[in-house]
Write a protein that binds this ligand. Sequence first.
Ligand code: ZN
Length: 418
Amino acid sequence: MILDGSGAKPYRGDVRVNDERIVDVVPAERRLPPSEGDVIDCAGATLMPGLIEPHAHLSFVDQATPHAFSSLPVEEHLLLSLKHARLYLDQGFTAAFSAAATKPRLDVVVRNAIRSGDYPGPRLLAASVQLTVTGGVGDLRQLHLDPGEAMYTLPCDGPAEFRRAAREACREGVDVLKIVASGDTSTPAIPSARTVMADDEVAAVAEVARQHERRVAAHARSAESIKMCLRHGVDVIYHATCADEEAKDMLEEHRDRVFVAPALSVTWTRLHEAESFGLPSSNAIKARVARDLELTVECMKDLHRRGVRVLPGGDYGFLWNPHGSNARDLAYFVDLLGFTPMEAIVGATRLGGEIMGMPDSLGRVRNGYLADLLLVDGDPLADVRILQNRRRLLAIMQNGVFHKAPPPDLGQRRRAAA
Ligand SMILES: [Zn+2]
């Protein structure tokens, strides 16, 4: 069964891959002629595009607080980032759009190591560290302590400092400049509804991105931060928690250009699962997180109705929301946002190709597209949860090469079991 990522109904058929590309996709009535290559009898398993993670932080280290990202020396940090990269590919994520690194060159080095074929991982768009203002999310400095260089966020003040930080990140080779324009659920002193960056600061980063042909992704939970980002051409809006009518109208107006990804998992698991990881929440925290989740869900439902591209991606990499469980986001889209399983899958495949900047070569099973493919035991449209189960991924291909090859007797086995 070919689930091609376009949103079209799956159909039985044959697919031929040559080198790194898909070169033939034909429905079952017209079988592919016999050829020289390896033939894999999938016996009715589902062939679909590799999953794409739109909000990855490969250098988050599955700890409870961001202090852990900062205190880790760069050598250990690189090894952990590479480990997470392999885990993503093992879980069927063949591409990822980074939503910030925690040290300036981590993403760049990991991207290059994957690209050169030296280390397994998703094809990656590498991000800068988060750029925000003094007192913004992740500014861990205290006046009585020398912070040294130990910060996962780079505080900048005024357009000149933002411009310099953005240019430096471009020099080091990032694809994505990440800004934190609003407060966050996790920081009561700077709540989600608060805007922290100034208009000219966002403009400065956006200008550098345009000049250097990079992308800007923004943590933007407050209504004003969303509007500011849209005015200056920011490409990706994360969270959009407190979008008001005007912000939603603007997102709709820019829907052919902009992507929205709510990052539901980090909030949902903080509310419902953090306690089982030994992180009890006070009633005040619970109330705050629950409110943010509720606002985000309502906003995403509305944006989805308005035809805005709402993508999965869940800020994985915290103790209570660990790396590798990324496919859970598809189930949140179905259960919380009312997406059909098909819409959730399109969000993680075709729209994933679009956010990666490769709409004509990534995220679909189609002639000429890159052969990033999953072979799934079962029908993900009947239950998107099966994509969370690594054992249900019979094969994982990236660039036409198996990261996980199917068992040689796959067809016989499946027929015997049926
Ligand atoms: Zn994030």
